[in-house]
Design a protein around this ligand. Structure first.
Ligand code: C5P
Length: 227
């Protein structure tokens, strides 16, 4: 069977990465979490004082972009790749609510997007890739053979993210998580550069009432028609 490109886009916390990881494992494909890349840039900006008291020093970040080196490294114990920022594993640091609170602001910056999109396209040049994000089917790989667009109600998504953060021992409230999910949805769908929109040829999946297994089976069937 031929190798293809699978693009998975959608709102925050719709389970994109869960589905993408399942598919990559099943097909023997590479999985790339592009949200992790935007999160790593955000973490870099926080570490370097480019974000202070809600003020964002955008030009300083743009000037520093050449100093940001991102790469993924497969962790065989976990079964997926982890995010490295300047050769340091930042998986834990980038998943906090604090990073989630700034990341959509960082992702609005065209210079940031151009840098990350270029790297994403290079990673996918040989196909055999499952990539998730917000602009994968529209901007990064407009020719992807399979495009999925995932949605679920904001409350369902916030509850899932809240459960995840709680399980990690993060001290957050459901209300804060819901607020973050709604704020990111708003910024991601309204930004000028590469807003979150459904590609014309994407298949929309609302997983509010689908189990992970049902969703996986349905998408795998779609893929098997193509490969
Ligand atoms: O996927 P995740 O929720 O980790 O993404 C974090 C944020 O990164 C999103 O809310 C969005 O602002 C940004 N992002 C993006 N384009 C992508 C992936 C993520 O703008 N391809």
């Amino acid at each position: 069977s031929k190798k293809i490109t699978i693009a998975i886009d959608g709102y925050s916390s719709t389970g994109k990465s869960t589905l993408a990881k399942q598919l990559a494992k099943e097909l023997g494909y590479v999985y790339v979490d592009t949200g992790a890349m935007y999160r790593a840039v955000t973490y870099f900006a926080m570490q370097n004082g480019f974000i202070s008291n809600d003020f964002f020093h955008k030009n300083e970040l743009i000037v520093s972009l050449p100093n940001i080196k991102l790469h993924f490294e497969f962790n065989p114990e976990l079964g997926f790749a982890e995010m490295y920022l300047n050769d340091v594993n930042v998986e834990k640091q980038i998943r906090t609510l604090e990073v989630s609170g700034f990341v959509s602001k960082i992702a609005e910056v065209s210079e940031v997007r151009a840098k990350l999109v270029e790297q994403q396209q290079a990673m996918g040049k040989d196909k055999g890739i499952v990539m998730d994000g917000r602009d994968i089917g529209t901007v990064v790989f407009p020719d992807a053979e399979v495009k999925i667009f995932m949605t679920a109600s904001a409350e369902t998504r916030a509850q899932r993210r809240f459960d995840e953060l709680q399980a990690k021992g993060d001290n957050v409230t459901y209300e804060d998580v819901l607020k973050n999910v709604q704020e990111r949805d708003y910024i991601d769908t309204h930004r000028a550069d590469s807003p979150l929109v459904i590609a014309d040829d994407a298949i929309e999946i609302d997983n509010s009432y689908l189990s992970k297994e049902e969703q996986f089976t349905a998408v795998l069937e779609l893929i098997e028609e193509v490969i």
